[in-house]
Design a protein around this ligand. Structure first.
Ligand code: C5P
Length: 222
C-alpha cells in the first residue's frame, strides 16, 4: 500500500507551497492537479481549440507530457510541459480562469483521472487540488482541507503572482479568486468540498511552517 496525502482547498489558500514542503520533507512525489487543468487551458489556446470542444480537450488530456520539478530552494514547483518550462505562463489568472471553465466538463475530468493516478508511485504522493480526497484518491489515508478568509487568500495569490513577475492589482485578483471559487464549488462534477474524512485546517492566521507542522504531526503520529 503506497501512502497518499491529499490537500484540497480553494484558490490562494497555499496548498501548493504546503504540499511542496511536505513532499520534500517526506521524500515523496508531488501532484499539482491544478497545473494539469491550467496546461490544458494553455495548450488549447495554442492549438486554437475552443473550450467547448470537449472531444479535442479529452484527446489532449489523455496525452499530457508533464513533469513537476521543485526549485533548489523549494520555494516553487516548476511545471515542465513537453520539455518546456511553462511555470510563469500558466500561473497567470488568465489560465486559472480558463482552467476552471474547462474543469466543469465531466468528460475532461474523467480523461484526467488516469493521468493523475499515475503519479501514485512509491514511496508516496502528496496530491493537491479540489477533488483529491473526494474523487481522485478517495482511499488516501491522510486527507486535509485547507481554508482561509477570502481577503487572506486574495493577498496570498497576489503575492505569489508578483513574486513570479506577473503584474496585477490586488482588487482584480480578489475578484478572480472569488469568481473561480464560486464556479469550482457549484459545478455538478467533483465540486470543491472537503472529504467527509478530511481534517480541515483554517490557515488564515497560521504561517506556512505551522500548517506544514500540523499536517506532518498527524501523518507521523499515525
Ligand atoms: O489550483 P489551481 O488554482 O492551479 O487550479 C486551477 C483551476 O483548476 C481551479 O480553479 C479549478 O477549476 C481546477 N481544478 C480542479 N480540480 C483540481 C485542481 C484544479 O477542478 N483537482
Amino acid at each position: 500500500m503506497i501512502n497518499i496525502i491529499t490537500i484540497d482547498g480553494p484558490s490562494g489558500v497555499g496548498k501548493g507551497t504546503v504540499s511542496l514542503k511536505i513532499a520534500k520533507h517526506l521524500g515523496w512525489h508531488i501532484l499539482d492537479s491544478g497545473a494539469l487543468y491550467r496546461i490544458l487551458a494553455l495548450v488549447a489556446e495554442r492549438k486554437q481549440i475552443s473550450i467547448e470542444n470537449v472531444t479535442e480537450l479529452v484527446k489532449l488530456a489523455t496525452k499530457l507530457d508533464i513533469k513537476f520539478i521543485p526549485t533548489d530552494d523549494l520555494s516553487e514547483l516548476q511545471i515542465i510541459y513537453a520539455g518546456q518550462n511553462i511555470t510563469s505562463e500558466i500561473r497567470s489568472e488568465i489560465y486559472g480562469n480558463i482552467a476552471s471553465q474547462i474543469a466543469v466538463k465531466k468528460e475532461v475530468r474523467t480523461a484526467l483521472l488516469a493521468r493523475q493516478r499515475a503519479f501514485h508511485i512509491s514511496p508516496g504522493l502528496v496530491a493537491d487540488g479540489r477533488d483529491m480526497g473526494t474523487v481522485v484518491f478517495p482511499e488516501a489515508k491522510y486527507k486535509f482541507f485547507l481554508t482561509a478568509s477570502c481577503e487572506e487568500r486574495a493577498l496570498r495569490r497576489y503575492k505569489q503572482l508578483i513574486n513570479i513577475g506577473i503584474c496585477v492589482k490586488l482588487s482584480e485578483v480578489a475578484v478572480e479568486v472569488a469568481r473561480r471559487d464560486e464556479r469550482d464549488s457549484t459545478r455538478s462534477t467533483a465540486p470543491l468540498m472537503a472529504a467527509h474524512d478530511a481534517v480541515t485546517i483554517d490557515t488564515t492566521e497560521l504561517p506556512i511552517e505551522k500548517v506544514v507542522k500540523n499536517i506532518l504531526d498527524i501523518v507521523v503520529l499515525n
